[in-house]
Design a protein around this ligand. Structure first.
Ligand code: KIV
Length: 259
């Protein structure tokens, strides 16, 4: 199978075939997901939680992302690779530009995902000029969140709905190639689909998104922090992993011979 291109991703949207996306942080899982045919693999800054064991994504560094992006891209042959620009890279427009260039040039990723903020518009325009494909992340944006109460569905009020819709349209006009919507009201996504030409990948945002993304460790059911409510428990496989690992422990316990 050929490497997944942006053209292929747009084709899936056009034919109403769901775009499959998953996070990966290391070569072994990335190879598994690539072999299983995921369209997109994301090196997410969720690595702050699931890999580093922190309470949020805020302390992930550009160095962390580059390290994991290198591991993932060593193993991926087909999937389209996206990497997150971490919070530390977004302290100014100048830093967004220089860190995005460093991330793009030092790894084999295909696109950079940025959690949208209107303050970043000049940087996003510059990156478009530099031909670095960008995915913009709307709705719940973990880099901007510090309170538990902010982990909720976005777009229920008219004010939030208009804000998400206006930002999504602005994102497309700024040249974003993909929109990621996290915990956005399903009715808002339906409206977005009538307004945008670019694919909408969702997480916790209902079934009408053009594709879905999931944090791989949530899918496995082994995430360090609590599993989000929208994870369909039927797909998780923690009990299978536990059974096999327990069987192995039992086997080793019985191995030593009395000599
Ligand atoms: O960092 C991450 O894992 C994400 C999720 C929305 C998939 O951005």
């Amino acid at each position: 199978m050929q490497k997944v291109s942006l053209k292929k991703i747009y084709g899936l949207k056009k034919r109403h075939i769901g775009i499959t996306s998953i996070t990966a942080y290391d070569a072994s899982f990335a190879k598994l997901f690539d072999d299983l045919g995921f369209d997109i693999v994301l090196i997410g800054d969720s690595l702050g939680e699931v890999i580093k064991g922190e309470k949020d994504t805020h302390n992930v560094s550009l160095r962390d992302i580059i390290y994991h992006a290198k591991s993932v891209s060593n193993a991926v042959n087909k999937s389209y690779i996206i990497a997150d620009l971490p919070k530390e890279s977004c302290s100014s427009n100048r830093k967004i530009i220089s860190d995005s260039i460093a991330l793009f040039e030092n790894t084999k990723i295909d696109m950079i995902k940025i959690e949208f903020n209107a303050k970043y518009i000049n940087a996003i325009k510059k990156l478009r000029g530099k031909k670095i494909p960008i995915c913009l992340h709307l709705g719940l944006r973990p880099q901007f969140i510090s309170r538990k109460s902010e982990f909720r569905i976005y777009g229920k009020s008219q004010k939030e709905k208009s804000e998400i819709i206006n930002n999504a349209v602005l994102a497309e006009n700024l040249g974003a190639k993909i929109i990621l919507v996290e915990c956005v009201c399903a009715t808002v996504v339906k409206e977005l689909k009538t307004l945008l030409k670019i694919p909408i990948i969702g997480i916790g945002s209902g079934d009408s998104c053009d594709g879905q993304i999931i944090v791989s460790y949530d899918l496995l059911g082994i995430s360090f922090n609590k599993l989000p409510k929208f994870i369909k428990r039927d797909y998780t496989c923690k009990s299978i992993l536990e059974k096999n690992i327990k069987d192995y422990i039992k086997h080793v316990k019985k191995l030593p011979t009395k000599c």
